[in-house]
Design a protein around this ligand. Structure first.
Ligand SMILES: *Cc1c(COP(=O)(O)O)cnc(C)c1O
Length: 400
């Protein structure tokens, strides 16, 4: 079977994956969202307004930067798609602006979102402030304690951070409480999903809003090199930055697409987030995907040094692309990631997000496959400024 561009189907299926595994009370809201998206996705004035905001407010197009010293170091031509330069410091802005604009067109007045480490909550708070929409962010109590900086940033932007006390008081409990809130407030509220996960139509609409990364990249590499790259690499948490840069290259079969998952402390320790590589099929947050689970189907705790990759599942489209052998799945450990994080900082003067550093670390591991004229594009999904506290515990420098 080949990928022929018509996925997902009307039921939100990417092959066997995806779908709508949602409680009946949510179906009217999901249908309303689906209908609104179908109405606006090809509406020229909607598309124009979306891009105009990303341009004037977000800083698009982001540069496709030839990393000269890194290229010399690894032995092929490395280009970095600089999503770290987008307002908010990550690719997440594309998605939140898209969804909030759609919600506004639907007549919604409020946004609700869940957040683990706070990055998606922060992005949602930006969109809430931009559009003047009241914003509530559900966050586990444990995460609130761990992520004081992000909590404060959300509050500064006028969002209300709601502590979640149920279960393990972390991300999955925040998602449950957020959805429960949505069920009782659907009339005036949009649930802003943070990645290409959740029930249909979320994986579709998040992909469509993130596709701008790949559309720009294709144009830029043709201008710069006159040919398509040999490979595109991106880290995979839920999968939105990866599908965003890769989608418009799926039919270019000579372009390798390589997704990099977090191997955490190493396979043998069991502390990792390798859902595509090691997971089995299961349903989480409304959709069928590869999931880290035990023999009884209980979801396992994921682990990664980067909060954005610390998720036990992965978007349904990636599962499908893997099954079609169109997506190659690789991994990088916490330690390999830290080395590449430091290397890019020193060689190029760019401090990358720990998430994005996984893709850099993977290139380091497979660089022998490329020769010096080969072009590899890495999606630099975000800036590392948010990670400095974690980095500082692992990398110490002395003043000489
Ligand atoms: C949230 C985040 C990710 C992971 O999310 P995806 O949906 O897999 O892209 C990756 N990089 C950065 C910088 C993030 O903030």
């Amino acid at each position: 079977m080949k990928y022929n561009g018509i996925y997902p189907n009307k039921c939100g299926k990417f092959g066997d994956f995806g779908g709508i595994f949602a409680p009946e009370v949510l179906m009217p809201a999901l249908c309303e969202l689906d209908e609104a998206f179908e109405k606006y996705r090809n509406d020229e004035s909607f598309k124009k307004e979306f891009y105009q905001i990303l341009e004037s407010y977000g800083g698009r197009p982001t540069p496709l930067f030839y990393a000269k010293r890194l290229s010399e170091n690894v032995g092929c031509k490395v280009y970095l798609k600089r999503e770290d330069l987008l307002h908010g410091g990550a690719h997440k802005l594309n998605n939140v602006i898209g969804q909030a604009l759609l919600a506004k067109k639907m007549g919604k007045k409020k946004l609700v979102a869940e957040t683990g480490a706070g990055q998606h909550g922060f992005a949602t708070a930006i969109a809430g402030a931009y559009f003047g929409m009241e914003t509530k962010v559900f966050m586990g109590k444990v995460d609130i304690a761990r992520q004081a900086y992000n909590v404060y940033r959300m509050q500064l932007l006028g969002a209300e951070v709601i502590p979640v006390e149920s279960g393990s008081k972390t991300l999955k409990d925040a998602i449950n409480d957020g959805l429960r809130y949505w069920i009782t407030n659907v009339r005036d509220t949009h649930y802003l999903m943070g990645s290409v996960v959740g029930p249909h139509p979320y994986p579709l609409l998040v992909r469509e809003f993130q596709r701008i990364i790949g559309i720009e990249t294709k144009k830029q590499i043709m201008e710069l090199e006159g040919r398509l790259p040999n490979a595109i690499m991106a880290c995979i948490g839920g999968g939105s930055n990866a599908i965003g840069i890769m989608y418009d290259f799926i039919e270019n079969e000579n372009v390798q697409l390589i997704g990099v998952e977090a191997a955490g402390e190493g396979l043998e320790t069991g502390k990792h987030s390798i859902a595509l590589g090691l997971g089995r099929r299961g349903v989480l947050h409304g959709s069928l995907m590869y999931l880290l689970q035990n023999e009884y189907g209980n979801i396992l705790k994921s682990h990664s040094i980067s909060a954005g990759l610390d998720y036990p599942g992965v978007g349904p489209e990636h599962c499908f692309l893997k099954e079609l052998s169109r997506l190659r799945v690789e991994t990088a450990t916490d330690n390999e990631t830290l080395e590449s994080f430091q290397k890019l900082s020193v060689l190029e003067g760019i401090i990358p997000a720990l998430e994005s550093s996984h893709a850099l670390a993977c290139l380091e591991k497979i660089k022998g496959e490329f020769n010096k004229d080969d072009i590899v594009i890495i999606n630099l999904s975000g800036s590392g400024s948010k990670d400095l506290n974690i980095i500082k515990q692992r990398l110490e420098f002395k003043v000489k």
